[in-house]
Design a protein around this ligand. Structure first.
Ligand code: EPU
Length: 332
């Protein structure tokens, strides 16, 4: 059991904000994790993956757990599909790259999403018409209160758009994820941007789809190692029919599409851009010039500046268009 004291968390969050954790550990096995949880039962706890979806506004007076379980293990295989168990600490895009180079399809649309495999189910990462829930068989986790190992079936994870039981109830530490991937591949267009990128190819291969996604993301999204950010900062809002009609009365060209009988999703990026924030900077914090959904950090080490800017964007969008944006990113 290796516990460190007074650890600076700046290298562990992609916004690069400063905060000190009283206690910090990187357990490599479920047994080690369980022992730590029992020993430090009374400490507040925070689970850290790649740190791409959170930032700190103050020190953390408790135990930070950064799961360090590694490995990709093939559990079973038949003519059509393969099941693999992957350790929580594995880098997500390395896993996608591994799948594509072995001809396993299902995660190629999720290429280049930063973070770890263990973080993927928490907010059900998604892009270009795919969500990670589509390929998850089960998730292994340790319950923080008891130190007990549990296995969640796909249904038990209660996946929703950018949400799951692991995000709603922060009671579990994910240790590994079991995926089922297909051994065949036939490209189907799910997203216009990707279709446009592949328009000259009659039968795109898995590798060509991955490369297209990487090109789109590289053009639109800032590299967090060069310009600190946490990807999409807000969720795309889901509106009722009445809210949608009120929005369209103000912004007739707003993109809206059905996601349920009476539910309509609109684009947070569009609202932020219409509110005049695209490319705008306040002090060291701003909105990325090529994509309005990304808050970027030009140099502050103080997360409160990011949180203040977040609230300003939320308030302005709400005042102008009557829609409250909800952060996708965790603010600690
Ligand atoms: N748009 C604007 N201004 C902009 C950018 C976009 O008005 O500056 C509007 C356009 O109408 C555009 C629409 O927003 O057609 C959608 O933009 P985009 O395709 O970039 O997707 P998004 O809805 O902004 C979501 C995910 C991304 C994911 C992309 C692609 C969320 C919160 N974000 O963004 O996920 O990569 O779709 O599927 O659902 C992430 O979660 O960190 C993330 C990057």
């Amino acid at each position: 059991m290796n516990i460190k004291h007074n650890i600076q968390l700046q290298p562990y969050n992609s916004f690069r904000t400063k905060a000190v954790a009283k206690l910090f550990c990187e357990p490599e096995t479920e047994a080690e994790l369980s022992e730590i949880l029992q020993t430090y039962a009374d400490e507040p706890k925070l689970i850290l993956g790649g740190g791409y979806n959170l930032f700190f506004t103050k020190d953390f007076d408790g135990l930070v757990i950064k799961p360090a379980m590694r490995g990709i293990k093939k559990l079973s295989e038949n003519d059509d599909s393969v099941e693999m168990e992957v350790g929580a600490a594995e880098n997500w895009d390395d896993f996608v790259s591994y799948c594509v180079s072995h001809g396993y399809s299902g995660v190629e649309n999720l290429s280049l999403i930063p973070g770890t495999v263990g973080a993927a189910p928490i907010q059900n990462i998604g892009a270009y018409g795919t969500e990670v829930k589509d390929v998850i068989v089960s998730v292994r986790a340790v319950e923080m209160a008891s130190g007990e190992s549990l296995e969640f079936s796909n249904a038990a994870c209660e996946f929703e758009y950018r949400n799951s039981i692991f995000k709603r109830m922060r009671h579990y530490v994910i240790t590994s994820v079991v995926f089922r991937l297909s051994k065949s591949f036939a490209y189907k267009e799910k997203y216009v941007d990707v279709g446009r990128e592949l328009k000259d190819l009659s039968h795109p291969t898995l590798r060509q789809v991955r490369d297209a996604i990487i090109r789109i993301r590289t053009r639109k999204l800032p590299d967090a190692t060069l310009l600190p950010n946490a990807g999409s900062f807000f969720k795309n809002p889901v509106l009722t029919k009445e809210e949608k009609e009120r929005l369209l009365a103000k912004l007739p060209d707003a993109p809206v599409y059905n996601v349920g009988e009476n539910d309509f999703k609109t684009s947070a990026a569009y609202l932020i851009e219409k509110a005049g924030y695209k490319g705008k900077r306040k002090g060291d914090v701003g909105i990325y010039e090529h994509h309005a959904l990304i808050i970027v950090n030009h140099g502050t080490e103080n997360g409160r500046e990011i949180a203040d800017f977040m609230r300003e964007v939320q308030n302005t969008v709400f005042r102008q268009f009557g829609v409250m944006l909800e952060p996708e990113v965790w603010v600690f």
